[in-house]
Ligand binder design. Structure first.
Ligand code: SAM
Length: 331
């Protein structure tokens, strides 16, 4: 019987973000330091079989209908195609998506599509190779572009692009990024920079706000609110020049949407997070390895979600940035 992942405020989590690794082959400055981070020891990471077991519990017993694989960089996980295939065999079949930096995606996209992946989000903050290297500390811009093309050719559509704008670095590129996305049939989403970098360097003054993004886009496009229902989606979407092209803005900081949040998160080391900004996690790995049955795992997961706070509280004076950064939580 499915009771669902409810919290005290009546929200129900149906969208599961699964981090497959905390490692990444880029070093985006707003996510992690240039020198990288101490990665999780292998023994602490869930095995492929353990991940499949937990997502089976989530779908079959807890009402999860959507799974998004993320990280770190999920394409670095060797067992990714098998994990996707196992998820695609679940009933009711969940919708399966992947958030990736796109490096190597052109090679693996056909296999992932065959395994049952429905679509991808690819992160690309700039159309300029020099800026890409500046932001990510790696010279891999052309690999990302190839990955985006490969995903579209493999039918992992709609391909959504994620972009974070950084003051003084790529904040003049909003219209160019949108023109690029529209020209190729990709759906672009701008994400406000959040206080989730491992080095705790975020500041409100440096963040490019949703208002600024809208203003920049309005210099070259006519944006009107998208009449289609948002249904818990983090992005507020706009029709571009009357549609059908669209653009989204994920304004987690300046226009929080916590009241409609339907997400639950599983980290690569088997912790449940009920919020991106939670400062506490609930350990499923120890229970799993200690022999807990599926009912017991489901009950722990339910309890973890019940305690979800009403909002992320970034504006509260007592706000504490989570100890783990975005790459370890799973973005
Ligand atoms: N490696 C994959 C990728 O690049 O998409 C998946 C993980 S990454 C953490 C997921 C998304 O989080 C990316 O679009 C990235 O730009 C975004 N991200 C990382 N740190 C962020 C931050 N501090 N604020 C806003 N978005 C962030």
């Amino acid at each position: 019987m499915t009771f669902g992942l409810l919290d005290r405020f009546g929200r129900r989590a149906t969208d599961l973000r699964v981090s497959l690794t905390d490692r990444c082959n880029l070093r985006c400055s707003y996510c992690m330091p240039a020198e990288g981070l101490p990665w999780l020891p292998k023994a602490e990471m869930l095995t492929d079989a353990e991940i499949v077991r937990l997502i089976t519990v989530a779908v079959e017993r807890l009402g999860v209908t959507e799974i998004r694989f993320t990280g770190g960089e999920p394409l670095l996980r060797p067992g990714l195609p098998e994990i996707v295939a196992a998820a695609a065999r679940l009933r009711p079949r969940p919708h399966l998506a992947l958030t990736t930096n796109g490096i190597g995606l052109d090679r693996v996209a056909p296999g992932l599509a065959a395994a049952g992946l429905d679509r991808v989000n690819v992160s690309i903050d700039t159309l300029r190779a020099d800026r890409f290297a500046q932001i990510t500390h790696r010279d891999r811009h052309s690999a990302v572009l190839a990955g985006i093309v490969g995903a579209a050719e493999a039918g992992l559509t709609p391909v959504k692009l994620n972009a974070v704008l950084l003051r003084g670095i790529n904040d003049d590129e909003a219209p160019d990024l949108l023109r690029f996305a529209l020209a190729h049939g990709y759906e672009l989403r701008f994400i406000e920079q959040m206080p989730l970098d491992a080095q705790h360097g975020w500041s409100r003054e440096l963040m490019i706000t949703a208002d600024e993004i809208q203003t920049a886009l309005a210099t070259q496009f006519d944006l009107t609110p998208d009449p289609s229902p948002r249904a818990g989606a983090p992005a507020e979407t706009f029709l571009v020049d009357g549609g059908p092209g669209r653009v989204g803005i994920i304004a987690s900081v300046t226009r929080p949407f916590c009241g409609d949040c339907d997400r639950t998160r599983l980290t690569a080391d088997g912790q449940i997070r009920n919020c991106l900004f939670a400062t506490e996690e609930s350990d499923l790995r120890t229970a799993l390895r200690g022999g807990a049955d599926d009912d017991a795992l489901a009950e722990r997961w339910r309890r973890a979600m019940w305690g979800k706070r009403a909002g992320h509280g970034i504006d509260n004076p007592e706000f504490l940035q989570p100890a783990r950064g975005m790459s370890a939580i799973g973005g």
